[in-house]
Design a protein around this ligand. Structure first.
Ligand code: TPP
Ligand code: MG
Length: 330
C-alpha cells in the first residue's frame, strides 16, 4: 500500500469506528430497533480486503455484521444510517434494517441474517460472472461459525468443481455468539478445512491492515486470473457483544485486553506516526471532524428523513414491482 493510501484508509477506518459507536448510542436511545451487530475491532478485515479489490466492479456480500462492508463498497453512510433508523431514505427504503443492507448499484449484494446463507449465493454470482465472461470476482465475507453449516461444504465443493471466481473471506473472531470456536469446531484453523476441496488458502493476522491487504492481493490475483476460488482466513476480534442483546459475559477481561492492545486503528496509526506520515495531532483533528460529520450530517439526515409511506409496504414484496429488477441487473 502506498503511504497516501495508508493515510486515507486509516481515516476511513476511524470513520467506521465512530460510525459504529454512534450506532450503538442510537440503539440505546431507541432510534435504531431490531437487531444490531457491530463490527468494531474487525475493521482491518473489510478495509484491507476491499482496498485490494475493485469495489463497484467486484461483487461483495457478507453476514448481518454488514454496515462497514457496505460503506467500503460505496453505499453512502447516510443511506446506511437512514436504513438503520428505518427511514425511507435508507438504502432499502427503511424496510430492511441492519441485517439487510443492500446496494445494487454498488454491487454490494447484501447482508444476510441466515448464518452461511451467502456461501451458495456467492458461488451463484461467480457462476454468472464466469458465464458472462467478465473479469469481476465475488467476495464473500463470513464468520468462523458459519463454516459449520452444511452449505459451506456444498458451496466450496461446487466452487472448486467449476473453478468459480469467488473469494471466501473468513473473519475468524473466535466466537459464534457466546460459543468459543474450540467448543463447536473440530478443526479450529479454518483455512485447513478447505484443503478437502483442493482450494488454496491462507491464514493471516486480521488486525494489521497491511498484512490483510498483501494477503488479499495474492488471493484476488489468483481468483481474477481464472484459477478458481480462494479462501482467506483473517484472525480478528469483535469488541462488543455479538449483538446489542448480548451482555458479552463469556469472555475474560484478560482476553479482551490482549486484543485491545492489537487494535487495528492503533497499529496503523502508530506505524504512520513512526514513519512521520502523520502526527498525533493530525489524527486527533480527523477524529474531531469525523465525529462532527457523523452528528451534523449523517445522524441529522437519518433523524429528519421521513418514515416509509404505507404505499411502500407491498411495493417491494414482488421482484416484478421493483424498478431495479425490471430494469435488469447491471
Ligand atoms: C441458519 C442460522 N442458524 C443460526 C442462527 C443464529 N445465529 C446468528 S449469528 C450466529 C453465530 C455466527 O457466528 P460467526 O459465523 O462466527 O459470525 P460472527 O457473528 O462471529 O461475525 C448464530 C448461530 C442464524 N442466524 N442462522
Ligand atoms: Mg465468529
Amino acid at each position: 500500500m502506498k503511504p497516501a493510501d495508508k493515510k486515507r484508509v486509516l481515516k476511513e477506518m476511524l470513520f467506521a469506528r465512530r460510525f459504529e459507536e454512534r450506532c450503538y448510542e442510537a440503539y440505546v436511545e431507541r432510534k435504531i430497533g431490531g437487531f444490531l451487530h457491530l463490527y468494531s475491532g474487525e475493521e482491518a478485515c473489510a478495509y484491507g480486503v476491499l482496498e485490494a479489490a475493485k469495489p463497484g466492479h467486484d461483487y461483495v456480500m457478507t453476514s448481518y455484521r454488514d454496515h462497514i462492508h457496505a460503506i467500503k463498497s460505496g453505499v453512502s453512510p447516510k443511506a446506511v444510517m437512514a436504513e438503520l433508523f428505518a427511514k425511507e431514505t435508507g438504502c432499502c427504503k427503511g424496510l430492511g434494517g441492519s441485517m439487510h443492507i443492500f446496494g445494487a448499484e454498488q454491487r454490494f449484494m447484501g447482508g444476510y441474517a441466515l448464518v452461511g446463507g451467502p456461501f451458495p449465493l456467492a458461488a451463484g454470482i461467480a457462476k454468472g460472472i464466469k458465464l458472462k465472461g467478465g473479469d469481476e470476482i465475488c467476495i464473500c465475507f463470513l464468520g468462523d461459525a458459519a463454516n459449520n453449516q452444511g452449505v459451506f461444504h456444498e458451496s466450496l465443493n461446487m466452487a472448486k468443481v467449476w473453478d468459480l471466481p469467488v473469494l471466501y473471506v473468513c473473519e475468524n473472531n473466535l466466537y459464534g455468539i457466546g460459543t468459543r470456536i474450540e467448543r463447536s469446531t473440530a478443526v479450529v484453523d479454518q483455512y485447513k478445512r478447505v484443503g478437502a476441496y483442493d482450494i488454496p488458502s491462507a491464514q493471516v493476522d486480521g488486525q494489521d491492515i497491511e498484512t490483510v491487504y498483501d494477503a488479499a492481493k495474492i488471493a484476488i490475483d489468483h481468483v481474477r486470473s481464472g484459477k478458481g476460488p480462494y479462501f482467506l482466513e483473517l484472525m480478528t476480534y469483535r469488541y462488543r457483544g455479538h449483538s446489542m442483546s448480548d451482555s458479552n459475559a463469556y469472555r475474560t477481561k484478560e482476553e479482551e485486553q490482549l486484543w485491545n492492545e492489537r487494535d487495528p486503528l492503533n497499529i496503523l496509526r502508530d506505524r504512520l506516526v513512526g514513519a512521520g506520515e502523520i502526527t498525533v495531532d493530525e489524527y486527533k483533528q480527523w477524529d474531531t471532524e469525523i465525529i462532527a460529520e457523523i452528528e451534523d450530517d449523517i445522524i441529522k439526515f437519518a433523524e429528519e428523513s421521513p418514515e416509509p409511506s404505507a404505499e411502500l409496504l407491498d411495493k417491494y414484496v414482488l421482484a416484478e414491482n421493483d424498478p431495479w429488477v425490471r430494469g435488469g441487473a447491471k
